[in-house]
Design a protein around this ligand. Structure first.
Ligand SMILES: Nc1ncnc2c1ncn2[C@@H]1O[C@H](COP(=O)(O)OP(=O)(O)O)[C@@H](O)[C@H]1O
Ligand SMILES: [Mg+2]
Length: 353
């Protein structure tokens, strides 16, 4: 079931703060059968978007389509939505089985059929053996699987997950996100996965949509957005360690940092922001671009060089190089920059130049 948001806008009125445009003229397509990650910092409008799709909130402007059907004015219970929240929201006094069956009782599915479907869903999410337990007898990861089984048992048209892994510890978070990906593939259900964690979104999503201040910043396959950021926000939001950003200028078709030429750039003279991904630094004795290494961290294959920005000692750069180089703090290293890892931004608009 393809989902389309057209010019969707949600404005909240707050007593003292006035109007907050939580979702601002949003256009998104979630292709049928795909998992789309909606990604952005806290407060950027992710949950509001999800609630609008679910019908728990009504938009001020814009339309929502499931396939060709306009569902904007349809009540939530008719939309065919499965919802999963960060805090599981299981009924504590009910067993796992009763929790999963609950949505079916509401729509008066016959008991035997409800039991059968609940067991199928429990098996699908890998908790088929735990049906007689109460939620508090389960780990966080198991509880979240119960919540997913409960969301799927009505065979919804769309699965909406709002930060479903945020309450889990790091190890469970990894395991559960792989489970969600597997369940989504096996069921082929169109899924919107909301998270503020870029690594989580990158790893799980067929496509990501990046949001800031309720405005879509960029969308595409995760690796494409990483490789070709449209603006400073996208460049900074994706990647660990994050992209290095520093002030430079374009002068006579050359990109200059601290009087050193990084590369040529066919643009008019102006001050710019330069972004270089940590993996974009290549050690090259012939280069004119040199930096002094402040600290060295070697973990396995990679060495991370921590370099103080010569223009601002408060700022550091991170360069990831091959561990075989054996670099010591205090060494001055000459670098060539991989052109595909270097981005130049307009300092006023943040747009890629
Ligand atoms: N019910 C509400 N009333 C007023 N403001 C709200 C309400 N819900 C969300 N907001 C505001 O809308 C913005 C987006 O919130 P939200 O969608 O929850 O962001 P996210 O899920 O990305 O953290 C925030 O500024 C938030 O404070
Ligand atoms: Mg939220």
């Amino acid at each position: 079931m393809e989902i389309t948001l057209k010019n969707l806008t949600k404005i909240f009125q707050e007593k003292d703060k006035g109007e907050i445009t939580a979702v601002n003229n949003l256009n998104i397509t979630i292709p049928s059968g795909k998992l789309v990650g909606l990604l952005g910092p806290s407060g950027c409008g992710k949950s509001t978007t999800l609630y609008l799709i679910a019908g728990l909130l009504n938009p001020n402007k814009g339309r929502i389509f499931f396939g060709d059907e306009d569902v904007t004015d349809m009540p939530p219970e008719e939309r065919g939505i499965g919802l999963v929240f960060q805090n599981y929201a299981l009924y504590p006094h009910m067993t796992v089985r009763q929790n999963i069956m609950f949505p079916l009782e509401n729509i008066k599915v016959e008991k035997q059929e409800a039991l059968k479907r609940s067991q199928e869903m429990a098996d699908l999410v890998g908790i088929g053996e735990l049906m007689d337990r109460k939620p508090k007898q389960l780990s966080g990861g198991q509880q979240q699987r119960v919540a997913i089984a409960r969301a799927l048992v009505k065979k919804p048209r769309v699965l909406l997950l709002d930060e479903p892994l945020s309450n889990l510890d790091a190890r469970l978070r990894l395991a559960t996100r792989e489970e969600i990906k597997r369940i989504q593939r096996e069921t082929g259900i169109t899924t919107l996965f909301v998270t503020h964690d870029q690594e989580e979104a990158m790893s799980i999503s067929d496509q990501i949509v990046l949001l800031n201040f309720g405005i879509k910043q960029q969308e595409g396959e995760p690796q494409d957005v990483y490789d070709q950021p449209d603006n400073l926000f996208s460049a900074k939001f994706l990647g660990t360690p994050p992209i290095n950003i520093f002030e430079g200028e374009i002068k006579n078709k050359k990109l200059i940092f601290n009087d050193m030429e990084l590369t040529t750039k066919d643009s008019p003279d102006k001050n710019v922001l330069i972004g270089i991904r940590p993996e974009g630094f290549i050690i090259d004795k012939k280069s004119a671009f040199s930096l002094s290494v402040y600290m060295v961290e070697t973990i396995g294959r990679d060495t991370t060089l921590i370099i103080k920005n010569p223009l601002d000692e408060e700022e550091t750069f991170r360069a990831i190089v091959d561990a075989s180089h054996r670099i010591k703090p205090g060494d001055t290293i000459k670098f060539k920059i991989k052109p595909e890892k270097l981005f130049v931004f307009d300092p006023e608009t943040g747009e890629l130049l």
